[in-house]
Design a protein around this ligand. Structure first.
Ligand SMILES: Nc1ncnc2c1ncn2[C@@H]1O[C@H](COP(=O)(O)OP(=O)(O)OP(=O)(O)O)[C@@H](O)[C@H]1O
Ligand SMILES: [Mg+2]
Length: 242
């Protein structure tokens, strides 16, 4: 675990309310740089809310979120961070190429880079397709290409593999690890425990609290099972008994 100052993201005692509901109850965690951290846990547990807090689009009640050494939401972070929302956010009346080119212009990226990221997400054959004509999985990959094009240091990806077949999921996870090997930091949320083992570290979030912050190996050791789905259930049950 990196020392405090070295983490890509530091979350301290974060409290967030959405509507009348307190969603995160004093959450603290760190994201090590150059790793893929998985954010897992049941629906409604606060994964998207934590991601929004890191990206700087979520109003927080108290606590502190520091991203790449700056307070979350700082202007300076705009080009250093890429965020793919849970629902794909691309322009429907534009093609994949036009969408990615638009984000490339904002980020000052080249046309060659546009072609490169479209290829990385496996959308070469759909570059000239209108976004409204894309399948769910294609639209989410187009969104990912838009986030990647500026080569951001930190990528926050909210359920990027939903709706993808196993082959495409495999390709995307390979891409995530290529990015982390190149020094990028990734935070990837998922419902699918099967994806947890592909992460360097795991944050298990349930009802706004961290149930675990560990490597898949540590989690297996602590719970006595290699099956991460079982491990997660055991952690929750242990918490309920305590
Ligand atoms: N716009 C909103 N207004 C009020 N409450 C909200 C809003 N968005 C989310 N919530 C509530 O905040 C809590 C956490 O939601 P969040 O979207 O962070 O969960 P999640 O872990 O991302 O879930 P999922 O796996 O379904 O995406 C839930 O109880 C949800 O009902
Ligand atoms: Mg969510």
């Amino acid at each position: 675990m990196p020392k405090h100052g070295q983490a890509a993201v530091v979350v301290e005692n974060l409290v967030v309310r959405r509507g009348r509901l307190e969603v995160l109850h004093g959450l603290s965690c760190e994201l090590p740089p150059g790793q893929v951290t998985g954010l897992l846990g049941p629906s409604g547990g606060g994964k998207t809310t934590l991601m929004r807090s890191i990206v700087g689009v979520q109003r927080v009640v108290s606590g502190r979120v520091t991203v790449l050494g700056e307070p979350a939401g700082s202007r300076d972070l705009r080009h250093r961070l890429g965020y793919v929302t849970q629902a794909p956010s691309i322009y429907g009346d534009a093609t994949v190429l036009q969408n990615v080119s638009y984000f490339a212009q904002l980020a000052g990226a080249s046309r060659a880079r546009v072609a490169e990221v479209i290829s990385q997400v496996g959308l070469d054959s759909h570059a000239s397709a209108l976004a409204t004509r894309l399948s769910g999985g294609q639209a989410s990959r187009a969104s990912l290409a838009c986030a990647l094009v500026g080569d951001p240091e930190l990528l926050v990806l909210d359920e990027p593999t939903v709706g993808l077949d196993p082959l495409l999921r495999e390709d995307l996870w390979r891409l995530f690890h290529e990015l982390s090997d190149a020094g990028h930091t990734l935070l990837v949320s998922s419902h699918v425990m099967d994806e947890a083992r592909r992460c360097d570290r795991l944050l298990l979030l349930r009802e706004g609290r961290l149930v675990a912050d560990a490597t898949p190996g540590e989690l297996a050791e602590r719970t006595g099972t290699d099956d991460l789905e079982q491990a997660f259930l055991r952690l929750i049950r242990a918490e309920e008994v305590a």
